[in-house]
Design a protein. Sequence first.
Length: 234
Amino acid sequence: MALLEIKNLKVSYDRIKAIKNIDLTVREDNHCIALVGSNGTGKSTLVNAITGMLNYEGDILFNGESLKGLSTKKIVKKGIVQCPERRHLFDYMSVKENLLLGTYNLGKDRFITLDTVYDLFPRLKDRENQIAYTLSGGEAQMVAVGRSLLANPKLLILDEPTLGLAPIIRNHLAEALEKIKKHNVKILLVEQNVKWSFDISEYVYVLREGKISKSGTSKELRNDEEIRKHFLGV
Ligand SMILES: Nc1ncnc2c1ncn2[C@@H]1O[C@H](COP(=O)(O)OP(=O)(O)OP(=O)(O)O)[C@@H](O)[C@H]1O
Ligand SMILES: [Mg+2]
């Protein structure tokens, strides 16, 4: 059975059709699926539909169960957690307080704890009492990912995590994601940085004007001419 199955998805904002009939599957044995596309192709719209923040036509199933009509809170409880674009930290709270916000929705059966997050991102341990708005962009992204992990997701959705990050910080994040996979958390990675996301994911969906224009294994698509031209500029 698929972990996540999106069927005939359509999302509109009034007259603007942002998502025009999308099918997408995350299988149980996938560790990381990437969804790539340029600005305004509907990536955030798609993930906001998954996490119950937008109404849609079609259906989204998680472990075979429809998520249609469920609140975001219920969807988080089922194990889908979104780390939003631009991080959304609470500026005047400390690193630790921001991280612990991820746990508010939980019962006792946690497997990812604050120590797991500090293990993944040692810089955050040193800065646990620092106020969030003074963090660098990379550190803020680590807090956002850590907070999402503390909600103990089965499926973690990252919306453009590399936005504004220097190459070295992107590398740190890539290493952390490799470790996250080992905690049996599946990742849906939304990115414009195609090269970076191909290195981490096994399977890729390419979004263009609200439709999937191409999909395949990262290996197959890495040398695809359209992708090289469109995203890699080579
Ligand atoms: N709340 C909204 N009201 C009206 N139109 C919207 C709204 N949110 C997004 N759109 C439009 O829907 C389309 C898809 O936007 P979306 O944010 O999903 O794209 P994206 O692929 O995430 O882009 P980016 O890479 O810039 O984040 C765009 O044309 C956008 O202007
Ligand atoms: Mg977006």
